[in-house]
Design a protein around this ligand. Sequence first.
Ligand code: ATR
Length: 272
Amino acid sequence: MDRYLVIGNPIAQSKSPTIHSLFADQVNQQICYQRLLSNSDTFERDIRTFITSGGKGANITAPFKQQALAICDDVSADAKAAGAVNTLSFVDGKIYGDNTDGRGLVSDLLNHNVTLSGARILVLGAGGACRGVILPLLAHQPECLVIANRTLSKAQQLVEHFANEKLMAIDYNTTRQYQFDLIINATSASLTSSLPAIPCAVVNDSICYDMVYGAEPTAFLSWCTQNGAKQTIDGLGMLVGQAAESFCIWRGVKPNSTPVINKLRREFQGEA
Ligand code: ATR
């Protein structure tokens, strides 16, 4: 049976084994998919040991996405742009890297019938999570893609790096001068239940997306609802969407994310 891994630190919380085994059932394939805890000193050795033992591919999660890029023989345009890899494929002794996070986000937005073409999009945060979604969002021809970050210089660096006329960097306070159709929280603030300090008026009638997910609405999405958001969406669909893209790279068939999202959501609600 073909073997796959998700590798990170911490890793016990990862839903990837559940998601990939549901995908495999859905398309009548048999795979073995496990978790592996690693650390930066052993990461490369762990991957090479897995390849030697016949492993076919691996998902990479925090904090190894940059380190994974460095060990690839070849990488996709998305991985290069993101500066990070979340999917490794091992073929004929070579390591291929891709980054499916941005495609996962876009597919989730489209599944929610969010219009990206011509949309005014605000992304909060300028770390790896933001960087990985810029090209896939731009591919849908938004009117503009504005990056706002607590530390403005990091947003400016990203805009310089991607050099696209639709991109602009602003600080949190300046967001009040614009109206957005879609606001995406790509900061890590929700992981600690804190809020990016944007003015509440910005939220008015926007669709608000948080890349973080959980049994309860994230702090950001609750705050958006209180401030008049048109719709709120958490990152569970992005998680399943990026996994569907990885599965497709490895197995040649793209599974349907919706039943898997629904099952995980029901499990969360049971836990809440
Ligand atoms: P990653 O690469 O995993 O996305 P990161 O590079 O640490 O993580 O970036 C985290 C992002 O969340 C940054 O944009 C960070 O803002 P700064 O660049 O100003 O540090 C943002 N962030 C984290 N906690 C935040 C908070 N409480 N409020 C606002 N932004 C926050």
